[in-house]
Structures are given as C-alpha cells and as structure tokens.
Ligand binder design. Structure first.
Ligand code: CUK
Ligand code: CUA
Length: 623
C-alpha cells in the first residue's frame, strides 16, 4: 500500500504544507513551482473578495436534512438551504407552506442531490433530493434556492438509491434501501421472502405547478437497492442500479448479506415500464399503480456482479456502466450494447425472483483492478471521458481509462472518500477541471471541536499533468454526494415579483388590515424598513391583539423591493420565526394558547433601525 503521513495537525496549517503532506507527488509539485508562470495552489483557489466563484457546489447534508451550497474553487460555504429539516435561520418549517411540506417530520437524511437535466446536461433550473430517513422526495427551485414541493412516497422505505433523473427529467426513480411489506403492513420477518418487497417509485415533476407526483411503482424483490444512474445517449431509455442482500437475509446483514459471491445490477428500460402502465399491466395497491414483474414480464433484467457492489455510474457517452465493488477490489465495466444484444438473443442464465438473469460474460466489458487500490465506491468523469473512482479503504482517487482499463494517475486524499463530484461530472458533457473528494473521516484536519471531527471536502485540480489537491474545506455531516454546476447556468432572481393575484399579499400600507371572524384573526400586514404595519388605521399599527384560544393567521409581505432586504418575524416565547425575502409574502398560522404580553420583532438585520422594528402581540386572557 502507498504510504502518506497521517497529518499532525500543524502540518496542515497552510497551503505549502500540501507538498509535505502529499510526499508521493512532491516531484510534480516541484516541477510546477519551477515554472515562473505556474499558479501556486493558493492562487488557484483564491477568489478575491467581491469576485465570484466559477462553480456552485451543492453538497448533500446527510442526516442534517439540509443542502450545503459552496463556491468552487474557493470552497467558501455560501448558504445552507433547508430541505427535510426545520431551519430557524430561514423560518423553514414555521411558515404555512414549508410546515405543510414537512408534515409531521422534523428531520431527514439527504443523500444524493440531482440537478434537472435537458438532453443529459444540467439545465440549472431545479435540484432534486430524497430523504432516506422518512421516505420523501423534494424539489428545490434554483431561481430562489427554496424547496417548492416535498412528497411522501408510500410503499417505500429509505429511497437511498436516488435521486437520479433521466435525460430530460422525464422521471426521477426512487428505488429503496430497505425492503418492507407493501404498505408497511405488519408481517413477520420469517415471511420476508414472500411478503417483503423493495419498491421502486417513478416520480415525475410538473414544472408549471412545481409539483412532484408518483407516476407508478415497481414491486422489485426484497433486496437492498443501493445506487443508481440513468442511461445517456444510446442508453437513454435505460437505467441501472446496484443491489445487495440478494441473499434476503433478515438479521446480521454485515455477515449474512455478503455470503453469495454475486449480487446483481438491475437494468431496466423505463420506456417499456411506462408502456406497461399505459397498457394497464399493473395492480392498484394502496392507491398506487404497482407493476409486479413476476406477473407482467419485460423491461427489467439482472446482470450478475461481484458481491455487495456500491456505486454504478454511466459513462458520458452512455456506452458503459461501471460498478464499484465495495468488498471486491475491482471496478467492473459493463457494455450497454452487449446487454441489449444479450436481451435480444434471450441470452439468459435462468431467473431470480421472476427476473431474467443475463450472462455475466456476455455483458461484461472488462474488470479493472488498479494495483493495491481498495474499496472502490463511486466514479465520476472528465471532459475526455476518463474515469475517477474513489477508494474508501486506500484513501485515494484513481484516474483510469474506461476504454482500456489502464490506470492513469492516483492522488491520496484524507481520508476515506465516499463519493466524489467532478464539474458536471455525471452529465453527457463533463467539464474536467475539478473533482472534489467527499471524505468520510477527516480526522485531525481542522481545529478540534471535541471527539467528533468535521468531515472534509478536498478540491483536486485536474488541469495539470497530475491530479493535485489544492484546497480542503470542512463540511457538516454528512458529505454523501454533491453536484457541481457552472455558476452561469443558474439564474437567480433578486426580488420576488409582485403577485397581484395573491389574496394574502398586501403591497400598500393603506391596504393592511386585521380581520376578525369569530375566534379567527386574519392579519394582512407589511414588513418594511424599519417597521411592521398590521393595520395602518389602528392606533398602534404595529400591534396585534387577540383573545386567548384564537386561531391567528398572519400574512406578511415584504414591500422592500430591494436586493437583499430580508425581514424576519418572531413572537417572543411563542416558538416561531419566519422570514420574508424582498417582495415575498409568507403566512404563519397558530393558536394563541398563551395569554399575556409578547413582544414581536424582526429577526433579520435589515437597516440601521432594525433594532426598532418591533411591536406587541397581546393575548387577552379568557374570562
Ligand atoms: S452512499 Cu456511497 S459513500 Cu449514501 Cu451515496 Cu455515502
Ligand atoms: Cu426588518 Cu430587521
């Protein structure tokens, strides 16, 4: 095994330390230093204040349920966007819209973000993600970096094997990590093989309404579906996903799910599944259209693969899919063309759970086993179609040629990379230039914050002859996967446009009002620099008075149509906080269940007189 020095924290203090740290490659670094024009690593990542980064990085926040937005190459953390968990910094989870989206859940486990695509390339419009913790899917609008819809996906549990979208965002497929009885009904684990299923959902997105919908589901065998990818170009109607626990073990999976020498890659043609649904070849189960593949054959095939595979990634030309074997020290390259031929010739080696199994030798293109590389997990690509695979155990990224299997370069990272993300590295047209290792265990890389250390992301420059780590940034748990997009593809808005049709919105001070209907109080208010106006005609326009037990609905519009003038709204001791961005209208509903006098205030700094942006919420006690 290659050796590099586990860093004493002092060694990591500056950029120059990288040369000491990555001793194996000091030669190339020196050569570069000798050239008078070569940029130093520090210069390569330095983006002067006021200038913008070249790429956005959307990093999965794992069990924080959030998404972290970074700039590349500076690796500056720009924003945390809440997706599956509440976030008081943005009021997410308190205003009516986001509260309804989160439903009864307070957290999520976000693994794999995916951009919307047009012709297999990121179009910069939307970002999708799934929640392994509570079986949900979400969509984020990239004009505002806000989540627009979340759906609960019935019959599924733990859509880890997602999100990936097809070439034109026709579908996002959600295969799951855990098998459960359909509808999550009670069923003894002794009946696992008969009653449990690993259900895959086909989710569509209606861009006009910004709504996610479940189109249909497929009752796959009770296996764990791990990672997946959509086909591209010649394979665009297809998708692949890895499985483990095809042993159908129900306990002690660590050992029992790794017994067989082979697991499978599921290869499916989503156009065919779509056709089956149109032809009525499905059952309706718990309100969903469910295809049972043992009943309605076609469209789904199994490809044997070395046991317990993890990632599977389609090459940018769509010709190959590459499986990484977390337990086997090899990447296996499979050919779509060979698979299509084998399917056409019915070159099957029997069936498993009603699904035809293709002959390994008929589909396999090559097995790639870089010397001493251990624990391959995930693969990304550059502009020349070269592959970059993260090695969890030998802590490195290996660059190799999928067309020949030849190892081209290796770079150590610190430590145990899971995923990596290359610039647009899973599209039909990767950029090359950068790849980021998403490390699971950064150990002592940063100032200590106690027993649990921050994980890290390491930026690697791909433009030189050799890969070179040029920047490291700490990241909150947990760096699962990320997406890196050219910054100019994302077109944000700077203020919400006036929406005269929105009955909750008030844009003129004189239109503000407090309306009482029985025990309901509806407030149509305004936030502006530097005051709240709830009822302009009242003696104290910045006061809301209700009776104990009233249902209170506050609509608040920010009428500062100026970039970056965001107001917050909190009522002291009422455990609530919302945000209104420029031009935005938000609604918060609650019951005034505590009598008393409660100051209300703006929580987001908005002007020199922000501190004066206050008022009172008075709750008259019941007689
Ligand atoms: S998984 Cu492969 S290392 Cu959740 Cu994408 Cu984390
Ligand atoms: Cu409005 Cu602070």
């Amino acid at each position: 095994m290659k050796k590099w020095i586990p860093a004493a924290s002092g060694l990591l203090a500056g950029f120059t330390a990288a040369t000491l740290f990555f001793g194996d490659f000091s030669q190339s670094v020196k050569t570069e230093r000798q050239s008078a024009h070569a940029k130093t690593n520090a210069e390569k990542v330095y983006v002067p204040f006021g200038e913008k980064d070249e790429y956005y990085l959307f990093a999965s926040g794992g069990h924080s349920g959030q998404m972290f937005i970074y700039g590349v190459p500076s690796m500056r953390h720009i924003r945390t966007v809440p997706v599956f968990s509440q976030d008081s910094a943005t009021g997410y989870g308190w205003d009516d819209h986001s509260k309804k989206m989160l439903g009864d859940y307070t957290w999520g486990d976000l693994h794999h973000p995916a951009f919307s695509e047009t012709n297999g390339d990121y179009d910069g419009k939307y970002m999708f993600a799934t929640d392994v913790g509570n079986s949900r899917a979400a969509v984020m609008n990239l004009e505002t970096f806000t989540v627009r819809d979340i759906i609960n996906v019935p019959n599924t549990s733990g859509p880890h094997c997602a999100a990936f979208v097809t070439e034109n965002t026709e579908y996002m497929f959600l295969p799951t990590r855990f098998a459960v009885p359909i509808g999550s009904e009670y069923a003894e684990l002794d009946d696992y093989s008969e009653k449990y299923r690993g259900v895959m959902s086909a989710v569509t997105f209606d861009e006009k309404k910004e709504k996610l919908n479940i189109s249909y589901q497929v009752a796959l065998p009770p296996w764990s579906f791990d990672l997946s990818d959509a086909g591209k170009k010649i394979s665009k109607d297809w998708a692949v996903m890895t499985t483990y626990n095809t042993e159908e073990a129900t306990t002690n999976l660590e050992i029992n799910a790794s017994q067989a020498d082979r697991d499978y890659i599921v290869l499916f043609n989503w156009r065919e599944l779509e056709k089956m649904v149109k032809e009525g070849k499905y059952d309706t189960v718990t309100g969903q259209k469910m295809i049972f593949p043992e009943k309605h054959k076609g469209g789904i095939y199994l490809v044997p693969v070395a046991k317990s595979p993890h990632g599977v990634d389609v090459t940018p030309d769509g010709k190959y899919f590459i499986a990484s074997g977390k337990l086997a020290p090899a990447m296996t390259v499979f050919s779509f063309e060979k698979a299509f031929k084998a399917i056409e010739n019915k070159d099957f080696k029997g069936e498993r759970n009603g699904l035809p199994v293709l002959n390994y030798d008929s589909v396999m293109e090559r097995e790639v086993n870089p010397e001493n590389a251990l624990g391959p997990l995930h693969t990304q690509f550059d502009d020349k179609g070269m592959a970059y695979t993260t090695m969890f155990i030998s802590s490195e990224i290996v660059k190799w040629d999928p067309n020949t299997g030849e190892t081209l370069d290796r770079v150590p990272v610190q430590y145990s990379p899971g995923h990596s993300v290359a610039a647009e590295g899973d599209t039909v047209a990767p950029d090359g230039k950068y790849i980021i290792a998403l490390n699971k265990i950064a150990k002592d890389s940063y100032l200590s914050v106690g027993p649990s250390h921050p994980e890290s992301m390491q930026l690697i420059d791909l433009s030189g002859k050799k890969m070179e780590v040029i920047q490291s940034a700490p990241v909150n748990p947990e760096p699962h996967y990320a997406q890196m997009i050219k910054a100019d593809k994302i077109k944000t808005i700077s203020v919400y446009p006036k929406d005269e049709k929105n009955k909750d919105a008030v844009y003129k001070q004189e239109d503000t009002k407090i309306v009482r209907k029985g025990n309901e109080v509806h407030v149509y208010g305004i936030a502006m620099r530097s005051k709240f106006i709830f009822d302009a005609k009242a003696k104290r326009p910045d006061q809301i008075e209700v009776s104990e037990g009233d249902k209170v609905v506050i609509h608040l519009t920010n009428i500062d149509f100026d970039q970056d003038i965001t107001h917050g709204f909190a009522i002291n001791s009422y455990d609530m906080n919302i945000e209104v961005q420029p031009g935005q209208t938000s609604t918060i509903s609650f019951t005034a269940d505590k009598a008393g006098t409660f100051p209300l205030y703006c929580t987001n700094f908005c002007s020199a007189l922000h501190q004066e942006m206050t008022g009172y919420f008075l709750v008259k006690p019941k007689q």
